[in-house]
Write a protein that binds this ligand. Structure first.
Ligand code: N01
Length: 552
C-alpha cells in the first residue's frame, strides 16, 4: 500500500487511492492522503476545483451557512489568515477560497481536471479497483473514495416542449461561466427552492419582466447579509477552538449557535412571538433553533410556520400573491429552509409576476412561452431552478461494479443502503464522503466532510499498519444502520414533506429519508466508537489470507 514505485509508467497508472471529485471533500481527502504518504489521484469533471461552488454560479448564489463557519478547520493558519468579506460569502468568494486552498497546499498536481470517472470495477483477486476515466485510460487503485457531492447532479425537469424553446435555457446548478445578462428580457423562472429564491430578486432587478412559476411555496427566512467587520472576524478567530469544538460535538447540524432549551408550547403566545421576531430580525438558518421541538411536534411547528406565513402577508402587498406564497404543504423546516435577500418583497415589483403551477401544472413550453391553464406566458429566457438528483445522483452516474459484478445501482434500486453513510456492503474498499445514511446535507457540510475524511484517513492507516488488503461493510451492520436511520427520521416531522431528502423530487426514485438526522455530534461518537472497537461492523481481509470478521 505504499505509492507504486516500480517504474514511472506503472506509477502513473496505479495509486493507493482514486478520489472522485475535487470539491471541498475531494480536496481535503487528497491533503490528508498525501500527508499520510498514500499515493492518490483525483479526477474532476470540471476544469477547476470547488465542486458545488464551481457549478452553481447563478445570480445571487451564496452559502446559507455563515462564512466564518463554512470553512475548513484543519489548518489554523488558513482560518486565521483568510478574510471573509460578508456574513454569507457569495459564490465567487467561496470559489476563490477553494482555489486558494488548492494553491496553498499545492493540490493541483494530483488532480486531473476535465475528466469524469465513468467506471470502477473491483478485481477480487487483486483486491483493487480498475477505474476507467473519460480520457479512455484505466488506472488501478486499492481504494476509491467518492467525493462526488450530494447536490451535484443538476436535474432538468421533464416538461413537454422544453426542447422546442427558442430562447436561452439555464439551469442554476450548471450556470455558464460567462456573465449572463437578462437586461431587457422577459425571463421565466421555474422552481422556488433555495436556488430560485436566491436568484429571483437579482434577475428581477435586471429583467424587463420576471415570471416565477411556483409548484410548492417555500418557507424562507431573511439572510440579513452584511459586510463582516474586522472586529467581528477577529472575535470569531479568537474563539475558533471553542466554536469548532461546539460545531463538531454539540450542535446537531454542525453550526455554532445558541441551542434551544425548551419547546414552543412551553411559552405564552406573547413570549413565543417575541422570540420568533428576534430570530427573524437576526436572520439565517438558526431561526429553527428558537425551540427544541419544531422538527418533532406538529403543533409546535405550526406556531413557527404561522409566524412566517404572517410575515409573508405583511411583506407582500397583493393579498392573492401573498396567499400563493404562503407555504401550506409541509411543516416548516422539513424541506430545507431557504435563506433570502428580499425574496418576498420582489413580488411587489411591477415587473414580477407569480404563476401557480400546483393547481394548473405547466401544459407545455413553446418556442417563446410557458403555457399554463391555456394561457401563454411569453418569455425570452428560461431559468430552471429545479434542483438535483440529490445524494445518490452523482454516484449513480458511475458504473460501479463490486465482486461478482453486482452494480451499486442494482443494489440501490430500492433505495440507498450504507453502513454509517461511509460504505455499502458488497463494495469493498469503496468509501463515500457524506453519503446517504450520514448527516451530510442536514449539517454544515464542511464539518461533515472533515469528519468523514479524517475517519477514512484513520481507517486506511489502520489497514496499512495491520497489513489488510480489503475492508467492507458487513451486511448485518448495514441493515441495522439503515433501520436506525429510518427509525430516527420517523420520529421527526421530516418524512411528511415531499422533499429531495426523501428522493421525492425525482419521478420513480424510492422514497426513503436519505440523510441521518441524529445530529453530527452523536454520529461522530458512533463512528469513533466503531473505529475504537477495531472497525466493528466491517469485514476485513488480510493480505493473501482468508477473510475474517473484525467485529468488536
Ligand atoms: O433545488 P430544490 P434547489 N416543474 O430541489 C421545483 C442547496 N442549496 O437548487 O418543491 C415545476 O430545493 C420544485 O418544486 P417542488 C440546499 O440544500 C443551498 O433550489 O418539487 N417545478 C422546487 O420548487 C437546497 O435545498 C443554497 O414542488 C419543479 C424547485 O424546483 C438544495 O441545494 C442555495 C419541477 C427545486 O428546488 C437544492 O436547492 C442553493 C417541475 N418539473 C441550493 N421540478 C444556499 O446555500 C422541480 N421543481 C443558500
Amino acid at each position: 500500500m505504499s505509492p507504486a514505485q516500480s517504474s514511472p509508467a506503472e506509477a502513473e497508472e496505479s495509486y493507493d487511492v482514486v478520489v472522485v471529485g475535487a470539491g471541498f471533500a475531494g480536496m481535503y481527502m487528497l491533503y490528508r492522503l498525501r500527508g499520510l504518504g498514500f499515493s492518490a489521484r483525483v479526477y474532476e469533471q470540471g476544469d477547476g476545483v470547488g465542486g458545488t461552488w464551481y457549478w452553481n454560479r447563478y445570480p445571487g448564489a451564496r452559502c446559507d451557512v455563515e462564512s466564518m463557519q463554512y470553512s475548513y478547520s484543519f489548518s489554523d493558519e488558513l482560518q486565521q489568515e483568510w478574510d471573509w468579506s460578508e456574513r454569507y460569502a457569495p459564490q465567487a468568494e467561496i470559489l476563490k477560497y477553494a482555489n486558494h486552498v488548492a494553491d496553498r497546499f499545492d493540490l493541483r498536481r494530483d488532480i486531473q481536471f476535465n475528466t469524469r470517472v465513468e467506471r470502477a470495477v473491483f478485481d477480487e483477486q487483486a483486491k483493487r479497483w480498475s477505474v476507467t476515466v473519460s480520457d479512455g485510460r484505466t488506472v488501478q487503485a486499492q481504494f476509491v473514495v467518492l467525493a462526488t457531492g450530494c447536490l451535484s447532479n443538476a436535474r432538468k425537469p421533464d416538461i413537454e416542449g422544453l426542447e422546442n424553446f427558442g430562447g436561452s435555457v439555464y439551469h442554476t446548478g450548471s450556470w455558464p461561466h460567462e456573465d449572463v445578462d437578462f437586461t431587457g428580457l422577459r425571463v421565466g423562472l421555474i422552481g422556488t427552492g433555495s436556488s430560485g429564491i436566491q436568484s429571483a430578486p437579482i434577475i428581477a432587478e435586471q429583467a424587463k419582466h420576471l415570471t416565477v412559476f411556483q409548484r410548492t411555496a417555500n418557507f424562507s427566512i431573511p439572510a440579513r447579509n452584511a459586510a463582516l467587520t474586522t472586529g467581528e472576524r477577529d472575535a470569531f478567530r479568537k474563539s475558533y477552538p471553542e466554536i469548532r469544538r461546539f460545531a463538531r460535538e454539540v450542535a446537531r447540524n454542525g453550526i455554532y449557535a445558541e441551542q434551544p432549551d425548551r419547546g414552543a408550547l412551553d411559552d405564552s403566545d406573547e413570549t413565543r412571538r417575541g422570540k420568533y421576531e428576534k430570530r427573524w430580525d437576526r436572520g439565517g438558518l438558526t431561526f429553527m433553533y428558537v425551540y427544541n421541538n419544531l422538527g418533532l411536534d406538529r403543533t409546535a411547528n405550526d406556531t413557527a410556520a404561522d409566524f412566517v406565513r404572517g410575515k409573508i402577508a405583511e411583506i407582500v402587498k397583493d393579498p392573492a400573491t401573498a396567499k400563493l406564497l404562503q407555504p401550506n404543504s409541509h411543516p416548516i423546516g422539513t424541506k430545507r429552509i431557504c435563506i433570502d435577500t428580499d425574496y418576498f418583497a420582489t413580488f411587489n415589483r411591477p415587473n414580477v409576476s407569480l404563476v401557480d403551477i400546483k393547481t394548473n401544472p405547466i401544459q407545455e413550453i413553446t418556442a417563446n412561452a410557458v403555457r399554463v391553464a391555456g394561457r401563454n406566458h411569453e418569455v425570452d429566457a428560461l431559468v430552471l431552478a429545479t434542483g438535483f438528483d440529490a445524494m445518490t445522483g452523482s454516484v449513480a452516474k458511475i458504473d460501479i461494479r463490486g465482486p461478482g459484478g453486482q452494480t451499486l445501482n442494482q443494489k440501490w434500486a430500492e433505495g440507498p443502503k450504507t453502513y454509517l453513510g461511509l460504505m455499502s456492503a458488497g463494495f469493498p474498499n469503496l468509501f463515500i464522503i457524506a453519503g446517504p445514511g450520514s448527516p451530510s446535507v442536514l449539517s454544515n457540510m464542511i464539518v461533515s466532510i472533515e469528519q468523514h475524511v479524517d475517519w477514512i484517513a484513520d481507517c486506511l492507516t489502520h489497514m496499512r499498519e495491520h497489513g489488510l488488503a480489503a475492508l467492507e461493510a458487513d451486511s448485518n451492520a448495514e441493515e441495522k444502520w439503515v433501520a436506525h436511520v429510518n427509525e430516527v427520521a420517523q420520529g421527526t416531522l421530516y418524512p411528511q414533506a415531499n422533499s429531495w431528502y426523501m428522493g421525492a423530487n425525482i419521478p420513480g426514485k424510492p422514497r426513503i429519508f436519505m440523510p441521518y438526522i441524529g445530529g453530527v455530534g452523536a454520529y461522530r461518537r458512533i463512528c469513533d466508537e466503531v473505529a475504537a472497537k477495531g472497525y466493528e461492523g466491517f469485514v476485513m481481509e488480510a493480505e493473501a489470507q482468508p477473510r475474517r470478521a473484525m467485529s468488536g
